[in-house]
Design a protein. Structure first.
Length: 348
C-alpha cells in the first residue's frame, strides 16, 4: 500500500470550503440591497435576527411559506440563463404569503449542488435578491450545500422560505360572500408551474431551447424562462385600501384548483373565459399538444396569475388602484352559491 505524506482534505472529497466563502462574499452586496426595517443581523451568523417591533407591528401573527421552482430549473441549467429562477423562487413564496393577508418580511434560500460554481450560484442568488427588493422583503440568510455524488455536473436545486406578518385579526380570506367580484391580475407567462408538461411539449414540437420563439421575439428557452410576476406590493395596497375579502395565487392546479381554496363551504365561482385573451405562449402549448381546455385550466395559469375576491361596491375603485400600480386587471366573474368553478365562454 502506498502511504500518503499528507492527509486527505475535504476538497479532495469534492467539497471546496473556500469556494463557499467566496460565494458569501460575492453575494453580500446583493443581500445588502434588500435591507428593510426590522433587520438586525443577516448573512454570516448561525442565524438571522429580525425585530418585528422595529418593522412596525404591535400584535403580529407570523405567516410562513416555502416553495421551489420545479423543473423550470432544467431549462435554466440547460440554457445557462440562471438569474430569473432566483426571482421565481421568491415569487412562489411571497405571492402565497399575501394571500393570507401578510406582508413578506424576510427570505432565506437553500442552494444545493454537486460542485459549487461560484459564478452560477451568484447569478441565482442575485436574482433572489432582486425578487426580494421587488417584494419589499429582506434576504437575511440561507444555505449553500455542496454535495458530491448527489447531483450531475452543473445541476443544482433550489428551495425558498419566506416569513411574513400581519396584525392579529387581519388574516385573509375573510368575509367572502355571494356577489363578490373576482378581479384577475394578468400573469407574465407560464410562471413556475407545469414545466414537466412544458418540457414534454417542447420535445413533441421538435424545437430546441435556442430555436426562435414561435410566438414572440428571442429564443424559445428565454421566453419560457420569463420570471414569475411579483404581486406583493399591488396586492397589499389593495388590501389596505379596503374591500378585499380574499386572494388566490394561481399556481399548480390553475384557476380550477386554486380559486376554491379561498371560498367558504357552499360558495363557488362563475368565470367568463371571454373576459381575457389567452396569451400566445398558452395558445402555442394548447395547439402543440392538442390539450383540452379543461386540462389547460387545471394545469396552467392561462394568463391570470392572481385573483382578488372583492366587495362588489369596491370593485371599480380597486380596479383603478391596481391599474395605477401597473397591473392589468381582468373582471373575471363573481362568487356564487354552489361549489367549484363554473366556466362560461371559451378559452381563446
Amino acid at each position: 500500500m502506498t502511504e500518503r505524506k499528507d492527509g486527505l482534505t475535504y476538497a479532495e472529497a469534492g467539497v471546496d470550503i473556500d469556494a463557499g466563502n467566496a460565494l458569501v462574499e460575492r453575494i453580500k452586496p446583493a443581500a445588502k440591497r434588500t435591507n428593510r426595517a426590522g433587520v438586525m443581523a443577516g448573512l454570516g451568523g448561525f442565524g438571522a435576527l429580525f425585530d418585528l417591533k422595529a418593522a412596525g407591528y404591535d400584535d403580529p401573527v407570523l405567516v410562513a411559506a416555502t416553495d421551489g421552482v420545479g423543473t423550470k430549473l432544467r431549462i435554466a441549467i440547460d440554457t445557462g440563463h440562471l438569474g430569473g429562477v432566483g426571482i421565481d423562487l421568491v415569487a412562489m413564496c411571497v405571492n402565497d404569503l399575501v394571500c393570507q393577508g401578510a406582508e413578506p418580511l424576510f427570505f432565506l434560500d437553500y442552494f444545493a449542488t454537486g460542485k459549487l460554481e461560484t459564478e452560477a450560484a451568484a447569478s441565482v442568488v442575485e436574482g433572489i435578491a432582486e425578487g426580494c427588493v421587488r417584494s419589499g422583503c429582506a434576504l437575511i440568510g440561507g444555505e449553500t450545500a455542496e454535495m458530491p455524488g448527489m447531483y450531475g455536473a452543473g445541476d443544482f436545486d433550489l428551495a425558498g422560505f419566506a416569513v411574513g406578518a400581519m396584525e392579529r385579526g387581519h388574516s385573509l380570506p375573510d368575509g367572502v360572500g355571494a356577489g363578490d367580484v373576482l378581479l384577475g391580475l394578468a400573469s407574465d407567462g407560464v410562471h413556475s408551474n407545469g414545466y414537466s408538461l412544458v418540457r414534454k411539449l417542447v420535445e413533441v414540437s421538435g424545437l430546441t431551447w435556442d430555436a426562435d420563439c414561435p410566438w414572440g421575439d428571442g429564443s424559445l428557452g428565454a421566453a419560457l424562462l420569463t420570471p414569475t410576476r411579483l404581486y406583493v406590493k399591488p396586492a397589499l395596497a389593495a388590501v389596505r385600501a379596503g374591500g378585499v375579502h380574499g386572494l388566490a395565487h394561481i399556481t399548480g392546479g390553475g384557476l380550477t384548483e386554486n380559486l376554491p381554496r379561498v371560498l367558504p363551504d357552499g360558495l363557488g365561482s362563475r368565470i367568463n373565459l371571454d373576459a381575457w385573451a389567452l396569451p400566445p405562449v398558452f395558445a402555442w402549448m394548447a395547439e402543440t399538444g392538442s390539450i383540452a381546455e379543461v386540462e389547460m385550466l387545471k394545469t396552467f395559469n392561462c394568463g391570470i396569475g392572481m385573483v382578488l375576491v372583492v366587495a362588489a361596491e369596491r370593485a371599480e375603485a380597486l380596479t383603478t388602484l391596481l391599474n395605477e400600480a401597473g397591473e392589468t386587471v381582468v373582471p373575471l366573474g363573481q362568487v356564487v352559491q354552489g361549489t367549484g368553478v363554473a366556466y362560461e365562454g371559451t378559452l381563446a
